[in-house]
Ligand binder design. Structure first.
Ligand code: GDP
Ligand code: MG
Length: 201
């Protein structure tokens, strides 16, 4: 069985997270879950890095393009493109503009079911409908309808890997192996150890 306790995921605090002074608030939510921070840096991404990040999943353009076309139609607007790949390119352009406008913070986190737990803390992609109690539900208000009308990317504060495979590829893209730290967090004993013999004096 896969070692779920060592699962890794990538989180990016996007430009709106930085510009809205939510860095501490966002990191706090992931940190208090019990997951372990194993890499962190602040940088201004360029176009090439942003495109590579989204195109790690070869289906991304097609899938996101189709979802976006459906979203336009659901708010009774005509999508600028009816071809999913062309629509995917259009969204990617908006994401490049968004990602390259400010520093971002990139982090790798590790622990039990890290990908799923981080997605749960992050909330659904569209802030308007993401659950209260999640980062996207609590701290922002954007919608696909308004983002599409204004021809910009939806401002949803963070990126979080969608699967362990996606996480592995994303971590490789954003970090050198030497930037990923291997260390023990004392919390891990109460989170994971079968024997709890050493606590009582
Ligand atoms: P995430 O993993 O929750 O960030 O969502 P995805 O990987 O599905 O999409 C990546 C990014 O593409 C999102 O953060 C949005 O900026 C954009 N996106 C995805 N789906 C849609 C959509 O239906 N409409 C619009 N306008 N943008 C979308
Ligand atoms: Mg995604």
């Amino acid at each position: 069985m896969k070692n779920f306790k060592k699962e890794k995921t990538l989180i990016i605090i996007k430009p709106d997270g930085i510009q809205r002074s939510l860095i501490g608030e966002i990191i706090k939510r992931y940190e208090r879950s019990g997951l372990k921070l194993i890499a962190l840096k602040m940088l201004v991404p360029d176009k090439n890095l942003t495109q590579k990040h989204y195109l790690i999943d070869p289906q991304w353009k097609q899938k996101t393009g189709q979802n976006t076309i459906n979203a336009y139609r659901s708010h009774n607007e005509t999508p600028p493109f009816s071809d999913p790949t062309k629509m995917g390119n259009f969204i990617l352009d908006k994401l490049v503009k968004y990602f390259t406008c400010s520093p971002v913070i990139v982090m790798a986190w590790q622990g039990m079911h890290a990908v799923e737990i981080v997605r749960k803390i992050t909330g659904g992609t569209e802030p308007k409908s993401s659950d209260m109690g999640t980062i996207r539900g609590d701290f922002t208000i954007d919608s696909y309808a308004i983002a599409d009308t204004d021809k910009r990317a939806v401002r949803n504060l963070v990126h979080a890997s969608g699967s362990p495979e996606e996480a592995e590829a994303e971590i490789k893209l954003w970090f050198k192996p030497s930037e990923i730290l291997n260390y023990r967090l004392l919390n891990e004993e109460i989170l994971y150890d079968v024997n709890l013999d050493g606590i009582l004096e």
